[in-house]
Ligand binder design. Structure first.
Ligand code: NAD
Length: 353
C-alpha cells in the first residue's frame, strides 16, 4: 500500500427518514437556545417546518439566502443574528442556504446545523464561496464546517426528478475526482466508490418514481459519502472547468457538472487507472466515462453545454481561464486537448480521451 495521510473532519451525521424530528434535541446538544432558521425564499415553507420542529429553541427565520452567497445578504442576516441574540443556525436547503449558514459561522463562530435538501454536498465541507462586488472568492477553514448534519430522506421527496438527476451527478463528480485526487487515501476512496454505486443505481429509479423512499434513501446516503470526499480531499480539472463555466457564462450548477463530468473523466482516464477501476466496479462498466454519459441520458439530463445556453465562441475563453491558476490534475493540462474536451461537451458528443 502507498503511504497516505488521512484527516478526519469532525461532524455529527443523523441520517434517516423523519430525522427532522430530532432537531430540537440536536440543537440542545449544541447548547442552541435561540436558533436562526435559514432558507431561500423558495423554501420558506420548509423553513417554517424547521421552526416548528425547533419549538421554543427557534428565535427567528431568515428566508433571504441566495446563489453565490453575496456579502450584502450575509450582512442582512447578521443584523438578525445580533437583533435576536441568536446563538446558532439551522440551514434548510441546498448550497446557497448552507453557504449562508457558513458565512455567519465565519463571522461569529456560532454552531451550525445543516439540513440538506439536495445532493450538492456543501454540508460536509469546510469550504465557503462568497461574492463581493461580483467577484467570487473561495476559502477553506474548519470554522465553517457545520457541527451537525441532519439528513432527512423525507425532505428530498419533493426535489423535482430532473434536478434530482443532475444534483446526484453533481455529487458523483466529487467522488470521481476524490478517486484520483493527489491527496486521496483509502478511506475517501472507499467512500467515493460506495457513493457512486449508491447514486448511480438510485437516480434512474428516482426519475421513474420520485416519491419512492428506497431510491431516495440510497441517493441521499450516496450524496453524503460523496460530500464527505469533497470535504476531505482536493478536486481537479472537472471542478475547475465547472467553476470556470459557471462563473463566466452563468450556467446552472448541477447541470454544468452533469454535462462536463463524462468528458473530464475521459480526459483523466489513462492517467488514473485505479480510479477508473473503482468507477468501473461502481458503475458496472469497463468504460467509466461512457457509463457516466449514459447515466446522464438515463435520467433525462442535458448532455450539451449549448443546451445550457453557453455560446460556442465561449470555448476558447473557457479554455484560457481553466488554464489560469489550474488545480492539480492527474494528467497534465494541454490547451488543445482541453479545448477539444470543451468542444465535445458543448456539442453533446460522446466522451473520448
Ligand atoms: P439549490 O439549493 O440552488 O437548489 C436548486 C433548486 O432546487 C432551487 O430552486 C431550490 O429551491 C430547489 N430545491 C432544493 N431542495 C428542494 C426540495 N427538497 N424540494 C423541492 N425543491 C427543492 O442547488 P444546489 O445544487 O444545492 O446548490 C448549488 C450551489 O451550492 C452552488 O452555488 C455551489 O457552488 C454551492 N456548493 C457549495 C459547496 C461547498 O462546499 N461550499 C458544495 C457544493 C455546492
Amino acid at each position: 500500500m502507498e503511504p497516505f495521510v488521512y484527516t478526519g473532519l469532525a461532524s455529527r451525521v443523523v441520517f434517516g427518514s423523519g430525522t427532522l424530528a430530532t432537531l430540537a434535541d440536536e440543537a440542545a446538544a449544541l447548547d442552541i437556545e435561540r436558533a436562526l432558521v435559514i432558507s431561500t425564499p423558495h423554501q420558506g415553507e420548509q423553513a417554517e417546518r424547521v421552526r416548528a420542529a425547533l419549538g421554543a429553541r427557534a428565535a427567528a427565520v431568515f428566508t433571504g439566502a441566495t446563489m453565490h452567497t453575496p456579502v450584502e445578504v450575509t450582512a442582512e442576516a447578521m443584523d438578525t443574528v445580533e437583533a435576536e441574540a441568536v446563538d446558532g443556525t439551522v440551514a434548510i436547503g441546498g448550497g446557497p442556504t448552507i453557504g449562508l449558514g457558513k458565512a455567519i459561522a465565519l463571522r461569529t463562530d456560532l454552531p451550525q446545523i445543516a439540513v440538506p435538501t439536495t445532493y450538492a454536498g456543501s454540508e460536509m465541507t469546510p469550504i465557503l464561496g462568497e461574492t463581493e462586488a461580483g467577484r467570487k472568492t473561495t476559502q477553506r477553514t474548519l470554522r465553517v464546517l457545520p457541527e451537525t448534519v441532519i439528513y432527512d430522506v423525507d425532505l428530498t421527496l419533493t426535489l423535482p426528478p430532473a434536478l434530482s438527476g443532475t444534483s446526484g451527478i453533481n455529487a458523483i463528480a466529487h467522488a470521481v475526482e476524490a478517486l484520483y485526487a493527489k491527496d486521496r487515501n483509502p478511506i475517501t476512496s472507499l467512500m467515493a466508490e460506495e457513493g457512486v454505486r449508491a447514486l448511480a443505481s438510485a437516480l434512474p429509479r428516482i426519475v421513474e418514481d420520485p416519491r419512492a423512499p428506497g431510491p431516495r434513501s440510497d441517493a441521499l446516503y450516496g450524496a453524503w459519502l460523496c460530500a464527505a470526499c469533497l470535504g476531505a480531499v482536493g478536486m481537479a480539472l472537472h471542478h475547475k472547468l465547472c467553476h470556470t463555466l459557471g462563473g463566466s457564462f452563468d450556467l446552472p450548477h448541477a447541470e454544468t457538472h452533469t454535462v462536463v463530468l463524462p468528458h473530464a473523466t475521459a480526459y483523466n482516464a489513462a492517467a488514473a487507472p485505479e480510479a477508473m477501476a473503482a468507477l468501473g466496479r461502481a458503475l458496472e462498466s469497463d468504460d467509466a466515462p461512457r457509463a457516466l454519459f449514459a447515466l446522464a441520458g438515463a435520467v433525462g439530463a442535458p448532455r450539451a453545454l449549448s443546451a445550457l445556453g453557453m455560446p460556442e465562441v465561449g470555448i476558447e475563453r473557457a479554455t484560457e481561464i481553466a488554464l489560469e491558476s489550474p488545480y492539480w490534475n492527474p494528467r497534465p493540462l494541454d490547451k488543445d486537448a482541453i479545448a477539444a474536451l470543451l468542444a465535445r461537451a458543448w456539442s453533446g458528443a460522446e466522451p473520448t480521451a
